[in-house]
Design a protein around this ligand. Sequence first.
Ligand code: NAD
Length: 497
Amino acid sequence: MGYDVQHWVGGTATAGTGSTQPILNPATGEEVGTLHLGDAATVDRAVEVATAAQREWGQVSLAKRTQVLYRMRELLIDATDEIAVHISREHGKTLGDAKGEIARGLETLEFATSITQDLKGGFSENVSTGVDAHTMRQPLGVVAGITPFNFPAMVPFWMHPIAIATGNAFLLKPSERDPSASNVVARLYQEAGLPDGVFQVVHGGKDTVDALCTHEGISAVSFVGSTPIAKHVHRTASAAGKRVQALGGANNHAVVMPDANIEFAASQVASGAFGSAGERCMAVPVAVTVGEAHEPFLEAIAAEAEKLVVGPGDDPSTDMPPVITPDARERVIRMTDEAEQAGGRVLVDGRGLVVDGHEKGNFVGPIVITDLEPTHPTYTDEVFGPLLVVMHVNNFDEAVELVNSSPFGNGTAIFTDSGHYARRYQEEIQVGMIGINVPIPTPVGYYSFGGWKDSLFGEHHAHGPEGLSFYTRQKAVTTRWPSQNETVEASMSFPTH
Ligand code: NAD
């Protein structure tokens, strides 16, 4: 029952030849729709259409490409409410949070409208006598994006506006958990005047991903998701000769120094730990209290967690929504049980929470645990739920050592009043994105987004200048225009200037 979500290929919805699976509402457990899953044949067809479309799109003038993006910007703003409703129903997040991620996706679209500036090459006159040099950037061809459930609008927007602005055709494989937003975006691109086939959506799971990673008609793959799948995609697509950027999981730490405004730090860590039920790659699942910050921080964070209202995303009074699946809920509860059995102290315990009228929803309340050993998996692994572990260290150096011992390096934050320690932190920490008194330091669209270590595989971060570089290839051209009667003897030596 409910609605049907099909692939978007060549400008129309198509069921393809693959199987189907239900789309579930995390707040009710109910089946709300049916998703058509792709297979190798669906990917073949989409690549064929994309290849033909890209040949023409790559020749369209920069001004005309930019005009499509400007129209898309207006259409996206107008469609924000519609997309937010899809996201909230399929992902579970609050409507306000869903609108927030669309606004952050819009930033990358706006960055892409400046492509006329950013695609300018360099030019040098007389690099040798009568010889000039210039550079130009060209599209790769057909590129694919594979995205996670937790930001069904924003993360794809990190990719497609830049890929399209630079003259590529883009194939999106969104998460199978919340697929509808991508089909609305496809419709909007069509309304904005983008030629059919330049932006397409192929739904599915592992089979579709593997077909994209190995298809010879695809030049590059952008992936965002968990670390094991990021490694798989990076390995498989690289082995097939593609350019790959694969952003993985995270376990972000926020360090709270004794000189910090503790109330401020606790409210910011609470938003990082429990916003969107902790299902953000820039969430803050670990707080590291330094010295005397520990006891006051525990008190303040417990108060913050206890006042949160947990409920469905479409209820305006909800602070914290459900998690994505029953399995995700069970995992949070199990990891809390295991932490407690290992001596962890559960200060705030959301394990038994039931939301009236939503007994079949994937709800779990905020959880705060402390006194855990630094080797315990509830601390070291990515939980991806509303579970905050508070670790305690004696001084700044121990905090840096603890944060740097994590295999992940996506984001981190320090709360302090000291410029000295803030500066040392940004210098010494092995993490890609750093917040100073900012809990979720997600770079704006005209900077690039990416972690270090097991949080990113490949050479390029996402969006901003590195996104532009990822979706283009550079040529360097050396030019000489001899006069008709100029004669030069052939030289067998390597040319010098
Ligand atoms: P996931 O890795 O399960 O899925 C991501 C994508 O890979 C989806 O499109 C999915 O269909 C596909 N996929 C799943 N299993 C696969 C398999 N076995 N083979 C091939 N493809 C497969 O991730 P998720 O649960 O959707 O998203 C949450 C994860 O994403 C978290 O680990 C989070 O930290 C991470 N994430 C990272 C960033 C970042 O910028 N680093 C941003 C958002 C989310």
